[in-house]
Design a protein around this ligand. Structure first.
Ligand SMILES: Cc1cc2nc3c(=O)[nH]c(=O)nc-3n(C[C@H](O)[C@H](O)[C@H](O)COP(=O)(O)OP(=O)(O)OC[C@H]3O[C@@H](n4cnc5c(N)ncnc54)[C@H](O)[C@@H]3O)c2cc1C
Length: 381
């Protein structure tokens, strides 16, 4: 078969590789001038620092097959994400842990004491939290909520946390020990030479051709047996039902001689500070030494038609619009929508790779059995 993949991020690279290894011819078109999608990394020519161009990316997973898959294409260096937050003139450790609680309240509580202390703060009268705000107050009480969730979330989503669903804050965001590793997953690390080199390794197969600076056009599909589309779902249908809402990010880049902030990620919880965080990229590669430093000040705002869509909003209105696009997609033959933009979901890299492996295998099975290939292997709703 001849298969066309739209986009050269992890979704297309992994599906393309699986299909190429199964003996099919894969063509990838990518509108940007580089591969790896939003995970793209490149070395800053002046400082030599590996920069995460579209924002910081840390690889973490519990999925052993995905972990072994990525190691086929890159060596990984140990990396654990330790985030700090500047709030009200002090620096705290995130996620909220025993150190944060003791520092914030000027106490020396042990784990069980801290648990009882936080439970006493929690707004236990809220039986069934409906909004992000209620969920936060229910979990941690007003003071920690105000310091660590309210301002940050307001800035990130551009609305009051009472307008956001409780599901955004799924589980108790507090640890009653001194573990400040941001992620819980068993496998964590950073590709030694960056994500773009990793994706390059995945794409390095004689059955795969990549065309950069080539936006998808509907007429291209005629030359192929099937299309995998990892671009925006609404874009495929020329936004006929309207634009699915996203938040975009602006990165204000600056350089520094030496160490600017002593850590990779510093959040800013105060609403009065317009940015959400500053990332210092050389700390994502702690095994490297650089005198200079490259930092990004990160601002979040509503995504316009010419901006890069980052975080899908997925509130009630967007989901209603999404349902209409899903219906359209399901009545379109020959195209499968994949990845974060194709299914309008936030996906971590490991989930993206897992879904891509499953989609490739599902596709090969459907073709083998002579069944029509579905528009989605993972339902967006
Ligand atoms: C700020 C931020 C931080 C993140 N941090 C992490 C992290 O720490 N850890 C983690 O696991 N995940 C993280 N992620 C998630 C990660 O970025 C995604 O999992 C990953 O990018 C999904 O890959 P994809 O291939 O589905 O999409 P993308 O990487 O977006 O790739 C899609 C590609 O399609 C191209 N394209 C779109 N439309 C067209 C068209 N019409 N024609 C041709 N090409 C087109 C785009 O240019 C793009 O290159 C983060 C995401 C964001 C937004």
């Amino acid at each position: 078969m001849n298969v066309l993949m739209v986009g050269a991020g992890f979704s297309s690279a992994v599906i393309g590789r699986e299909l190429a290894e199964a003996g099919h011819a894969v063509t990838i078109v990518e509108q940007r001038d580089h591969i790896a999608g939003n995970c793209h990394t490149e070395r800053d020519p002046d400082t030599g620092v590996m920069v995460h161009v579209y924002g910081p990316h840390i690889f973490h997973t519990d999925d052993r097959e995905v972990w072994e898959y990525v190691q086929r294409f890159s060596t990984f260096k140990p990396y654990e994400n330790r985030v700090k937050s500047t709030v009200g003139g002090s620096v705290y450790s995130l996620p909220i842990n025993l150190h944060t609680i003791n520092q914030f309240f000027g106490k020396t509580l042990r784990p069980e004491e801290a648990r009882a202390f936080i439970e006493a703060q929690a707004a236990t009268h809220i039986d069934d939290p409906q909004t992000f705000e209620e969920q936060g107050l229910r979990f941690v009480g007003p003071e920690l909520y105000q310091a660590f969730f309210h301002g940050y979330t307001t800035k990130q989503w551009g609305c009051h946390p009472s307008a956001l669903p409780a599901s955004i804050l799924k589980r108790l965001p507090v640890r009653f020990n001194y573990n400040d590793n941001y992620f819980f997953h068993r496998f964590q690390g950073m590709p030694e030479h960056g994500y773009t080199a990793l994706v390059e390794g995945i794409l390095d197969h004689p059955g795969i051709r990549v065309h950069l600076e080539t936006p998808f056009e509907a007429a291209m599909a005629r030359d192929y047996d099937h299309v995998f589309y990892s671009g925006p779902l609404d874009g495929y249908f020329d936004y006929s039902e309207g634009r699915l809402g996203y938040r975009t990010l602006d990165f204000e880049r600056f350089t520094h001689h030496g160490d600017y902030q002593g850590c990779a990620v510093m959040n800013y919880g105060d609403e009065s500070v317009p940015y959400t965080r500053i990332t210092e990229h050389k700390h994502f590669s702690p095994w490297e030494q650089h005198d200079g430093s490259v930092c990004y000040k990160e601002y979040s705002r509503a995504c316009g038609p010419d901006d890069i869509p980052y975080y899908p909003i997925r509130l009630v209105d967007e989901k209603a619009m999404l349902a209409r696009y899903v219906e359209k997609a399901e009545s379109t033959a020959g195209v499968t929508f994949v990845g974060r933009l194709g299914t309008y979901r936030y996906l971590d890299m490991d989930v993206t790779i897992r879904e891509a492996l499953d989609a490739a295998r599902g596709f090969l099975e459907h073709r083998r059995d002579g069944e029509p290939v579905p528009a989605f292997f993972k339902a967006p709703l």
